[in-house]
Design a protein around this ligand. Structure first.
Ligand code: SF4
Length: 334
């Protein structure tokens, strides 16, 4: 099976956007590929002001993944910093990556605008570390959205350059375009994200789901209950297409004729989201009653990842001519 590598920033409890956009995709991939899923805590340091809460975010995120069906028997799940060889490979790659390639990356320019008080080296070197993440595990396939294709192309260029300078070690990772829908947040404008506080956490209890859905922005032209609505511009309706698929035509028609009010429409959506997530909540409750299990999964994952990483670093160093004296002696005696 080809190896998939994908990394996720530790963002704590996962929301519907993460679940429908990424987690479900990862669950499906683990049956088709040899999957390596990494919590990229070192990447998080490029934008974090402090590390308070980092461990809790890692724990909550991994708990959500496991409860949602990511299976440590089928894939490797680990934390990036637990396998420090990635820093070594990052340094090697940084020597073959022209600075001009990194300075032209659009996300670097965006980050400079977003945090002008903290333009650290890690921000500009981010794509090099990302390439090291993939290459260390000889990732052949990387699931990406269209917007991430330029990053993957840069990773391919770095790998290609290393291979051409020192000899083949790393496969060029191929993009696997994900078809996951982009989930808008409760504001109906921005992508669902904690940063915008427009999310519904998948671990939220039914009451909280109901309260959050009630805050959702609907068709702005529908000011009174008797006004006909326009479901095509309403994010609540978009969510109905996912959580109430059997009744979307009926809801659209009732909305257009003012046969249903937004409050009732939202109540129905909240109920359906809550029911869809019930098995997830049950599994999460079971897993969270034994926190040692999460630690055990991450420890075991790091061990398996480390075994691959050590072998890759050995190969890379040999190709680069970075040998220890003991290795030299062995070679001379051959
Ligand atoms: S009735 Fe439903 S679909 Fe129509 S505008 Fe209100 S919330 Fe949106």
């Amino acid at each position: 099976m080809k190896r998939v590598f994908t990394g996720f920033r530790p963002t704590g409890k996962q929301h519907l956007g993460n679940y429908l956009g990424t987690i479900q995709n990862c669950v499906a991939l683990q049956d088709e590929y040899d999957c390596v899923y990494c919590v990229v805590d070192i990447h998080a340091l490029t934008t974090l002001e402090n590390t308070e809460g980092l461990q809790e975010d890692i724990y909550e995120m991994v708990l959500d993944w496991l409860a949602a069906g990511i299976d440590p028997e089928k894939c490797i799940i680990f934390v990036q910093s637990h396998v420090p060889e990635v820093m070594e490979l990052h340094t090697f790659f940084s020597m073959v990556t022209p600075l001009s390639w990194l300075l032209r990356v659009p996300t670097f320019k965006e980050k400079v605008k977003m945090q002008p008080h903290n333009v650290n080296y890690g921000l500009v070197g981010y794509p090099v570390l990302m390439t090291a993440d993939i290459a260390l595990y000889k990732g052949e396939v990387v699931p990406v959205g269209e917007d991430q294709l330029p990053h993957l192309e840069l990773a391919r260029e770095i790998v290609r350059r290393f291979n051409s300078l020192f000899g083949f070690v790393f496969p060029e990772p191929q993009a696997k375009l994900t078809s996951a829908p982009m989930i808008l947040g409760l504001d109906g404008v921005q992508k669902m994200s904690k940063s915008y506080n427009n999310q519904i956490d998948i671990s939220a209890p039914p009451q909280e789901i109901g309260e959050r859905v009630m805050t959702a922005v609907t068709d702005p032209a529908r000011r009174y209950r008797s006004d006909p609505g326009h479901p095509e511009v309403c994010n609540v309706f978009r969510l109905h297409t996912i959580f109430t698929p059997a009744r979307v035509d009926e809801i659209a028609s009732e909305c257009r004729t003012a046969g249903i009010g937004c409050v009732d429409c939202k109540k129905m959506l909240a109920q359906n989201i809550s029911s869809a997530l019930e098995p997830f909540r049950e599994k999460r409750a079971t897993l969270s009653s034994s926190p040692d299990y999460i630690i055990q999964v991450l420890t075991e994952g790091a061990k398996r990842a480390e075994a691959i990483a050590k072998e890759t670093i050995r190969e890379a160093k040999e190709k680069m001519g970075l040998l220890r004296h003991s290795d030299l002696k062995t070679i001379k005696s051959c």
